[in-house]
Design a protein. Structure first.
Lengths: 113, 107
């Protein structure tokens, strides 16, 4: 099993450009999450999904959209990138309800110039 | 104010020392997680707790629900334990994280 994978690993954007980050998991997990990690601030939840076709906002959702068309994939979109979205993005998946272990992807380092 | 506070922010220890990292939270939770982030950036889950105590090898995690406090202990620390340790709590379907404790274990 590959676990949780993220594509791409690195990306540099110019302000105003758009892009989509892909998270894929092969563990048949129901729950999936997108986080951002900034120096000195820890991880913050952007959006999450509790199942195929469902999404919900987390702590810092502004400027991002998500989709979960297939159970194994969770996409994070930036419609018009801003320098404040420079960060490391982590995806995670979890079986069932909140009391289970989360499995993290390797991260995507995004720089917006 | 962050819902999850960790202490200390940074910790340097000599190999073999007993390590304690603390986590306090201010919200009602369904579970608490301890995570380890390696110097290369990867994050792995160490423990998930909803009550009591768990042990895995040299790592021990405890939680006191009434006091809203958890501790992560490392016995006989080793340089390979050097990493950032992160406390996180589940409430509703949300996750909130502490800022992390950077541990350096010197040989």
């Amino acid at each position: 099993n590959a676990g949780v994978t993220q594509t791409p690993k690195f990306r540099v954007l110019k302000t105003g450009q758009s892009m989509t980050l892909l998270c894929a998991q092969d563990m048949n997990h129901e729950y999936m999450y997108w986080y951002r990690q900034d120096p000195g601030m820890g991880l913050r939840l952007i959006h999450y999904s509790v199942g195929e076709g469902t999404t919900a906002k987390g702590e810092v959702p502004d400027g991002y959209n998500v989709s979960r068309l297939k159970k194994q994939n969770f996409l994070l979109g930036l419609e018009s990138a801003a320098p404040s979205q420079t960060s490391v993005y982590f995806c995670a998946s979890q079986r069932g309800n909140v009391g289970n272990e989360q499995f993290f992807g390797p991260g995507t380092r995004l720089t917006v110039l | 104010k962050n819902e999850v506070e960790q202490s200390p922010q940074n910790l340097t220890a000599q190999e073999g020392e007993f390590i304690t990292i603390n986590c306090s939270y201010s919200v009602g939770i369904s579970a608490l997680h301890w995570l380890q982030q390696h110097p290369g950036g990867g994050i792995v889950s160490l423990f998930m707790l909803s009550s009591g105590k768990k042990k895995h090898g040299r790592l021990i995690a405890t939680i006191n629900i009434q006091e809203k406090h958890s501790s992560l202990h490392i016995t006989a620390s080793h340089p390979r334990d050097s990493a950032v340790y992160i406390c996180a709590v589940n409430y509703n379907n949300d996750m909130r994280f502490g800022a992390g404790t950077r541990l350096t274990v010197k040989p």
